[in-house]
Design a protein around this ligand. Structure first.
Ligand code: ATP
Ligand code: MG
Length: 324
């Protein structure tokens, strides 16, 4: 029994559970009972409105980390979507009904009171996007390939212009923050031809690749992390990943968290909002804050972001000043 006890940390790690207990077997003295304790899941928690400090000093800074959830100790976990070095990309994966849209919504609650310009591509019908419509700078709330590629193309033009500003001596922090949200990557331009779908994927890949220095962040959600659902380069460029439940799908978990990281496969489909968060380091088990319809209603009028024309105009002015 002592040998088994000594091996219990290794057993816990191999079987991906919180801890392993070894007990005497009351009926057989030459045996012991090994008890595997499942992952200790963080409790459900409501969005902490107090973290937003809505005290009349709006708008809030977009470099303030966004409230995301709590860990198993109940400590708050925030996501630094924008930092002083620019934007980043969060990729959220999980099987249907495990809280991907919920995670997007929670991040939007944190973004709403800021000056970030938010653009949404919601190929699944836009129910979530329509709740936020008054706060969004532009939205495509269907799988229309033309409108999807137009919006992605316009954002890419902005990012390219910002690249010119940087080339002329500008700095990342001068660009107003821009966020692109896409709530189901596999459905991106899905109603279009395969060429249109490829175009949409390639535009998105370039946006993610060029986003950091140009102060553009992306929040991308997908049910599947296979290469048919998400471009592998886009996946690899995502600085942050959140793996919601992937029951018995070790490779799906590894695709998000990294090789050998199968933790999300141990979560069940009922563990809604629970997932592992990583930016390359050890994945941290969190529970995403729950954000109600009422909260969205209260927050969607708090901040405001510029539209594409205004953003383009600002960058053109900056470029003229830097090159004159
Ligand atoms: N963090 C959370 N805490 C509590 N409940 C949540 C949380 N996230 C989502 N839910 C609830 O779980 C249900 C499913 O969540 P959601 O729609 O976000 O899943 P999904 O992964 O986006 O599903 P789909 O793949 O079908 O789009 C919703 O009723 C939602 O209210
Ligand atoms: Mg969803």
């Amino acid at each position: 029994m002592a040998d088994v006890e000594r091996a219990s940390p290794s057993l816990a790690s191999v079987f991906g559970c919180a801890r392993v207990e070894v007990e005497h077997d009351a009926s057989r003295s030459d045996r012991c009972v090994v008890v595997f304790h499942r992952l200790r899941l963080p409790a459900f928690a409501p969005f902490p409105v107090e973290a937003l400090a809505l005290d009349g000093l709006l708008p809030q800074s977009s470099t303030m980390p966004l409230p995301l959830g709590v860990d198993a100790n109940g400590d708050a976990v925030a996501l630094p979507l924008f930092t002083s070095v620019g934007g980043t990309t969060l990729l959220v994966g999980g099987i249907p009904g495990t809280g991907k849209t919920g995670a997007v919504r929670t991040l939007l609650c944190g973004l709403a009171p800021t000056t970030a310009s938010v653009f949404v591509v919601d190929p699944t019908g836009g129910a979530e996007a329509s709740r936020w419509s008054s706060r969004l700078s532009a939205v495509v709330a269907d799988a229309d390939p033309g409108r999807t590629c137009d919006l992605l193309g316009e954002l890419l033009a902005l990012v390219v212009r910002r690249g010119e500003v940087l080339g002329a001596g500008g700095v990342t922090t001068m660009f107003p923050p821009v966020v692109l949200v896409c709530d189901e990557l596999a459905e991106l331009a899905a109603a279009g031809t395969s060429k249109q779908q490829d175009d949409a994927r390639s535009l998105l890949r370039r946006l993610v690749a060029l986003g950091r220095k140009t102060n553009l962040s992306c929040i991308l959600a997908t049910q599947r992390t296979t290469s048919t659902s998400i471009d592998v380069t886009t996946r690899s460029l995502a600085g942050w990943r959140l793996a919601l439940p992937h029951p018995d799908d070790a490779s799906g978990s590894e695709a998000l968290l990294g090789p050998g990281r199968r933790q999300a496969a141990d979560l069940s489909r009922d563990d809604v909002g629970a997932g592992f968060l990583t930016n390359g380091g050890p994945p941290r088990l969190i529970r995403v804050f729950e954000s109600t319809d009422q909260l969205v209603e209260a927050l969607r009028t708090t901040g405001s972001g510029l539209g594409l024309c205004e953003l383009m105009h600002l960058d053109s002015v900056a470029l003229r000043e830097l090159t004159s």
